[in-house]
Design a binder for this molecule. Sequence first.
Ligand code: PGA
Length: 249
Amino acid sequence: MRTKMVAGNWKMNKNLQEGVALAKELKEIVKAPKCEVVIGTPFIHLATVAELLKGSPIKVAAENCADKEKGAFTGEVSAEMVKSTGAEYCILGHSERRAYYHEDYAILKEKVLLALANGLKPIFCIGEVKEEREAGRQNEVVKAQLEGSVFNLSAEEFCNITLAYEPVWAIGTGLTATPAQAQEMHAYIRSLLAEKYGKEVAEDTTILYGGSCNEKNAAELFANPDVDGGLIGGASLVAEKFKAIIDAR
Ligand code: PGA
């Protein structure tokens, strides 16, 4: 049985004190979740939040890491540094990183390799923009994203990857993919994994849905056989809402 998961992505929200307060609230109310629970926080929160969540089932993720191992890269944070905070996961390939910080397939391929080399589990995001969906090109876009940045991995390495299908037109817009659209894409992604790595790896890979997933629509999305959970932005910033999504999984 593959891991079911609800992961939060705080993005560039919450200063350190606010982030610590939210993590404390979550620690109080998330005691025995039925799925893996992860919160993705800004770099500066990681060490404090990871320490605070010791003994809690909630795991911590970075939202990014550098595409270089170490050295003269002012302002960057390496995968090794992330790992040293106590974080276990690293969100990579988020559409905001691709769009605003020009992270292309090659850069993301390096980031994935460095995350894995440092014992971090990547949550790798893929998904098409609105124009691509309207042109019916969503499948080829998602396939190219996988081929460009993660299909170089061996099957053994790939087992550490969680995928997140996040249609860009649904992120932060209130426009959620319908449960049928999500299921269709997740099943397609799983078929690509089966082709590349075989049925067993495909069946074992956790594929999250992200994009305006909230406490109201989560249960309906998670009811689909190939939707293993969610990557949650806005609704992960409010403890009760995030808890309700975890309970829906
Ligand atoms: P959203 O963001 O839930 O606010 O749409 C999801 C994401 O970008 O991971």
